[in-house]
Each structure stands twice: as structure tokens, then as C-alpha cells.
Design a protein around this ligand. Sequence first.
Ligand code: UTP
Length: 710
Amino acid sequence: MTAGWSKDQRSRWPRIIGALDGSLDAPALDALTEARLADLGRNLVDLEREVSPSDVERKQRRGIVKHLKRVLERQVRGSTLHPFGSAETGLVLRRGDVDLCLIVKDLRKPKGVLRHLANVLESEDYRDIQTIGRAKVPIVKFTDPTTGIPVDLSLNNALALRNTELIGAYVDMDPRVKTVALAVKHWALQRGLANAFRGTLSSYAWTVLVLRHLQSVEAPVVPNLQAGEPRRIESYDGRTHDTTVLHPEGFEPGTASAAELFASFFHRWFVQHPWDERIVSLREADDPRRSKRRWPAPKAGPVKELQGAVDRMGHHVMAIEDPFDLQHDLSRVVRAEGWADLMEEGLRMWEGLVDGTDLSALLAPVDGLTLAPDRPKGLFDDLQGMDKERVAALLATKRAELSVAQERVDALVAEREESIRLSKAMRGALKDTEGMSQDIRDVARGLRTRAAEMDEAKALRDAENKRLVLPKSRIEEELKRLYHTLTNEVDVFRVPSLEREQRDFSRFFELQAMHRGKAASDAHHQRYIELLQVQREEVKKIRTLEKDRKQAHADLLKEEPGLKEVRVRSGDVDEYDRRANRISRLLKDRRKERKRLSREVGRLEAFLKGGPQRGGAPRRGAQRGNGRGGPRRPRVDVKEVRERAQTGGTLSLADLGALLDQGGLPGAKQDGTQSKRHRHKSDRQAASRRRNDVKQRRGKRGKGPRSPRE
Ligand code: UTP
């Protein structure tokens, strides 16, 4: 077997190659000394503390879940958000992700829902948003911007909720489950062996291996929680699953120490287990034979693939059965190199434990492995240690930037409104009441009448054109030819037949009618063109009349990248529509920028106020809703928001608004910094202000008109 391995492979996988060719003699299970186990026991206690998330991080995680629950359940009607995975089972590591499952009733278009979720998350400022619609379970991956904690959000992943329940039940049975599982998961992560996307096993699969080991040691530490009565049978996605989780009474756990269990884990799976013969199954008393599950060992196998003898090693290389989805082999993601890496590493660990190699050396991250960032940041971490003057100066800068950002949004909103209005004006669809001065209204009225005339001219022209089958030049040519034929002197030797003469006459009259039709069509077209020109001139008048208002924003608009490309040149309807659409896209970015700055201003203000740290009775009205009801505006639980802020969790604008309201933030509204309620309304209010100005000038009072498409 030694033959066929390259030099690189030999240096990368010396143990596994040795085991295959029989030259490696792995230590036996009883090779571990008592002293070594005692040491290991102490090390594992320290390790558990080290790899577990701090209280702050746990709170941050809870904050992320709470916030997303509120946002997403509101955005996807009838949905419920559930956390699952290690954070729920208790097997969470310090740098683990947050696993969430959105249960959506009647999920017919998962990709559409994924897209919607991605948009919602983007508007909430989450980072690195990535949707994976083709996976068995549709998923959106993203990162919480404040803490840097990654989040996996899957859709209708009901079985994952069930296996979380099962693993949680095992963890609750005995503290050794957690100690061993955390150590194994940590080892797998550090050594690059827990990445299903890179061809090794998932953290979940490692957990299943740990549980199966604890269940099957000589004196089991945990029983089989899926055995017994009554059974729970459930249907998901049209498939039936036995999702029974029972809590048997009277089970007497074995007394092996966590250190023994941890060490024997490596002996069991990397020295002893007959991978080619048995399936790892949490659900069955003994690991069943592969033939029982129709999961035969692959004919080729990883060794042949690594040696280049075959292209693919085949399926079920390790055969680890999912506890509920019996069709699902958790090793299906394992690739040949991943298999060799994890087998090599397992043997290395076992040897090291027996040799007395320092545990920290055995757990050192492999070369080139970039680990997730350390403990996520808190909301005010970057400000700690800064003196108040510096923070105040920073706040002043951010307020100024926010004020410019607000002006940019106002300028774009106004510009978009104008494009829409002019497009409507060109189409004659502008109504009298749509926020215009008297001069503009007069022009608009003319535009409407003219647009109707233009439509009529166009319709008449098109109706004539429909009847014309030949171009004008051909009609005239044909007419001349026939006229000549019909009026020339007749050659007595070639007198045309009566039918022929009749046909020529009738064709001649037909062409004459066509010619008249063409002339009429030209006249209608000409009229249409003339009307269009007048229309354009009149629209120009509106633009001139609106110049004053535009002037205020002119400089800001000049700086807008992307607006130049959609400048209106010919004054066609399409041009105005294109410009309005482009502005809508630009507005999205500008609003995001405003939101970001506004959050930053809120954060700095909260810091200067001693904000989240300080309590204080809520001011009257601090928790009022938006005053309009409506599902999109939640009531803010200020206590919960404060807790989240303390732990650096994500805060929405509504949260910050409520927080600031409670702390009392004089100056925030005087200097132009608005609460979420106000900011969200600001565009509509700007439009409404303009309309009211017009009304006041006219000395009238009344109901404000609606702005187009706002
Ligand atoms: P992970 O592999 O991330 O496991 O799968 P984990 O134990 O939660 O690990 P970390 O510490 O957060 O990285 C997350 C959850 O996804 C489901 C399980 O519920 C698991 O707990 N899952 C994962 C499956 O149902 N099937 C799989 O093949 C993988």
C-alpha cells in the first residue's frame, strides 16, 4: 500500500498511511496511565471554561435572536423564528455561530422568501449576506454588524429543531457529555476538521460521534433516548419521521471520568471502529451493519481516489446516521482529503494523549487555519478610555455628517418627485391638486388637454398606417405604372383582355385610396409632432418655474454619482421615468448612509449620557408606539433594549430612539438629529411641507394632496 503515495502525501498523512500498510502500531486503550488521565481531567475543566462563551457573549447572542425574532416575524407573515443548534443544546463554543430557523407556513417559494429576507437583513445593516437557495434546506448566512457573530438562518428546518431537542436532552443528562463534546468540537475546529463545506465533518456530526461513544462505552454514560414508548411520529415536507425523544427512568450511568471518555473517543473512532462494516447510529443499540441500511462501503474508497486510481471515492465513506432523518448520512459531505485529514488527526491525538504530549499542543490550530475573530465587540468598546471631549467632538462631526446625509436624501426625494411629475406632465396625467403653484397648474392643465390631442393624433395615424401595406414611394411608382398602362394607346395586335383591364382599374383605385390614406397618416403624424414640440416647451416652462426650489439642491445633486448618466436630454417620457428609477436606487444607498450615521450619533449620545449603564425612570411617552398603529412599528421594550445595549447587541433605530428618549437627550432634536419616527416620516413630511407652503401662499387651508409614488 505504501506505493502510490506521493512525498507530500506521506508527510501530510504519515499515520494513516502507516495504519494502512500495517507499519503503524497504535497504542492500546489501556496504554493511558492514571497520572496522565488525572492531568487530562484538570486540563479538560480548564478547557471547558476557556472555550465556552462569556456571559457577555451569551447575552449578545440572546440579543441577536430577540432582535431578529421581532424583525423577521413581522416581515414574513405567519412565520415564527426558533433558535436551534449548539446555542440551544449547551454545546456552544466561544466562536460558534447563531443558528436560527424560520418556520413559514405554506412555504411555496423558498427562493422568493430568501430574497425578501436578504433585503430585510440588508436594510437592517447586517453584513456579508449570502443566500443559498439550492441547499436541502434554504439558508441565508450573514454577520451581526455590532458583534461580528455569524448567523445561519434556515427556512422550515423542522428536523433540526427536533435533533436540537434530542442533543439537549443528552447534554442535560450528565455534565460529562458537555465536557467531552466541547473538547472534541474544539479540537475538530482547531485542527480544521469541522467544516462540511471543505470536505470534513460538521460540528453536528462530531457531536453525534461523541454521543454514540458515551452511549456505547462499557458502562454507558447516557442511555438511548430514542428507545421505548410512546413513539412520536411527525411529517415534514411530505416525509414521515420518528422523532421520539424519551427520558427513561432508573438509568444508572457508568462512572468513567470525562478524561477517560475523551481519550477513549479517539481510540474508538480512529483505532477500533470498523468503518467499512458498520454504521454509526445513535438510534440503534448496536452500530448496525452497513448492509442493513443499504449503505455499502464504497467500492473505490478514499485511498484509491487519493492515489489517483479513481476520480471519485463513492458514497458513505464513514456512514454516520442522522438520528431522525434515516436517509441522511452525515458523512456525505466528506471528501477523500478531508477523510485522510481527520483520520490522521484522530490518530495524532490518540498517540499524543498516550505519550503525555501537552493538551494545548495537541489542540493548537493547524498552520494556515484562520480562526474566527476573538470575542465579539461590545457596543461601546471602541469608546472606552476616550475622554468625554473627544467623544463630544466625534459626536459633533457625526451630527454634521448626518445633517448633510439628510439633505442629500431630501434633495434626491425632491428630484425624484420632479421627474415623476414631469413624466406625468408629458403624459398629461398630472392632476390639478398635485402640489403645484398656480402658474404650474395652468401649464399642467394645458398639458393634459394637449396630451389627449396627441393621443388622438397618434391613434388616427396608427389606424391609417394599419391599412397601408406599401410604403409611399412604392404606391406612387405603382400608380404611375398603372396610369401609363391604362391611358396609353392600345396596340391593336396586343389588345389586353377585359379581365386584365378590369383588374388594373381596380388595383389603380385601390392604390389611389392608399395614397390618400398615406397623406392622411402623414398629416396626423405631423400634427402629433407639432403637439409634442409644444408639449416639450410647456414642460420646460414647468422646470423653469420650479427652478428656485431646485436651486437649493443643485450643488448636492451635482455631487451625486450616477445622476449624470440619466440626464434628461430629449424630454421624452421614458427619460423622466429612467431618471426617477435611478434616483430610487440612489436613495436606497443614501438612506442607508443616513441610518448608519444616525445610529452612530445615537450611540455616541448614549455613551456621553452614561446611557445604557444608567437607569432612571422612563419619561412619559418614552414607550409610546408610533401613534398610527400599523404592524410595522413595534412597541419597544426599553428594559430589554438597555440590556442588549449593555451587551453590545444590535440596536435598531427604534431601539436607539426609545433608549435616548428614556435617558433624556436634550439637543438631539434641536440640532437636526431626528428620532426614528421622524426620520422615517421625513420624506413624506418634506413633500407635505412643500404642499403646505403652496397652500399658505394661496391663503387656503385644506387636506394635503398625496405626492406621487412616495
Ligand atoms: P452545526 O454543524 O453548526 O452544529 O449545525 P453545532 O453543534 O450547532 O455547532 P456550532 O458549535 O454551532 O458550530 C447546527 C445545527 O444544524 C443542524 C443540527 O440541528 C445542528 O445542531 N444540522 C446540522 C442538521 O440537522 N444536519 C446536519 O447535517 C448538520
